[in-house]
Ligand binder design. Structure first.
Ligand code: ADE
Ligand code: ZN
Length: 334
């Protein structure tokens, strides 16, 4: 493990809590809740994590989430992720959750958000890890279902900083959720959306122009459109890039093909993130390490990526200044 990269102060801006459910915890929760899993062991489950594309992964990811039943389950899931953050010097986090994955199974919205929020509050108190929670709409579901979810969230808006858009990008373009995002913005929420992961650069443009998002999740296909690349750099629009996810889901054949450092060199505000670490083989440090190993990322580039993660976070100006100060001090001490 690279000591420099692990100790580097950093933020994570693209992490699905349901995607941090490790097989061991999945089995423990299945037992606690008397749920039968279609696998006999942790090893057998891990072997199934061989994905041809995003949809292959999503099918297993939604299936795995079925073991999450009680508020304590959501607390334990979130707390396990926070332990990783503490071990890897991740000082600020903006995790996603997918309420519809749970409400569709009869789990109350409040069960989900209360468990997650309690763990985030404990992270701040015990470790000083600050956070902002992002509620994602599943784009393979309808606009009406997204509106119903926003309605369910209304008593809990003080616990949510932004809304996002995830799940199957192909066939579900940003415009489908234009009105939901407009409503969310009216309610004072910030907005992000997955775009340009498997889908075309046009989805990045539409996420910006139609959904008016504050950040793009993934966005790696923007590289196909030179004008868009210039716009991203000029308008300082951050991309939350997920290297291990992109190779595990075959967005790139191999890490040596990944375009994150190319985008960085072109002035795009890229950040490094783990997406669904339990499924893709690594948390934030492992993602940074993959860039060092396969792309020859330098310490200066790693520091620039970490700097972006603080600058383009949704933390308060005071917290951002504090985080940036910690990073600059770390960089100067090297
Ligand atoms: N949900 C969890 N991970 C995702 C990803 N990489 N893309 C779209 N939806 C997701
Ligand atoms: Zn994602």
């Amino acid at each position: 493990m690279s000591q420099f990269l692990n100790a580097l102060p950093k933020a994570e801006l693209h992490l699905h809590l349901e995607g941090s459910l490790e097989p061991e915890l999945m089995f423990a929760l299945a037992e606690r809740n008397a749920i039968a899993l279609p696998y006999t062991s942790v090893e057998q489950l891990r072997k199934a994590y061989d994905f041809g594309n995003l949809q292959d992964f999503l099918d297993l990811y939604y299936q795995g989430a079925a073991v999450l039943q009680t508020e304590q389950d959501f607390y334990d899931l979130t707390w396990a992720y926070i332990q990783q953050c503490q071990a890897q010097h991740v000082l600020h986090i903006e995790p996603f959750f997918d309420p519809q994955t749970h409400t569709a199974r009869g789990i109350a919205f409040e069960t989900v958000i209360n468990g997650i929020s309690r763990a985030l509050a404990d992270a701040e108190r015990e470790y000083g890890i600050s956070s902002g929670l992002i509620m994602c709409f599943l784009r393979h579901l309808s606009e009406a279902e997204a509106f119903a979810t926003l309605q369910q969230a209304s008593p809990f808006l003080d616990k949510i900083i932004a809304v996002g858009l995830d799940s199957s990008e192909q066939g579900h373009p940003p415009a489908k959720f234009a009105r939901v995002f407009a409503k969310a913005r009216e309610l004072g929420l910030l907005t992000v959306a997955h775009a340009g992961e498997e889908g075309p650069a046009q989805n990045v443009i539409d996420a910006l122009d139609v959904l008016k998002v504050d950040r793009i999740d993934h966005g790696v296909r923007a590289i196909d459109d030179a004008e868009l690349m210039q716009r991203l750099a000029r308008e300082k629009i951050a991309l939350t890039v997920c290297p291990l996810s992109n190779t595990r889901l075959k967005v790139f054949d191999d890490m040596s093909q990944h375009n994150i450092l190319q985008m960085l060199a072109q002035g795009v505000k890229v950040t490094v993130n783990s997406d669904d670490p339990a499924y893709f083989g690594g948390y934030l440090t492992e993602n940074f390490m993959a860039l060092e190993t396969s792309l020859g990322m330098t310490h200066e580039q790693a520091i620039a990526l970490a700097r972006h993660s603080f600058e383009y976070s949704f933390a308060t100006p005071e917290r951002k200044a504090q985080l940036l100060e910690l990073l600059e001090r770390y960089a100067a001490s090297r």
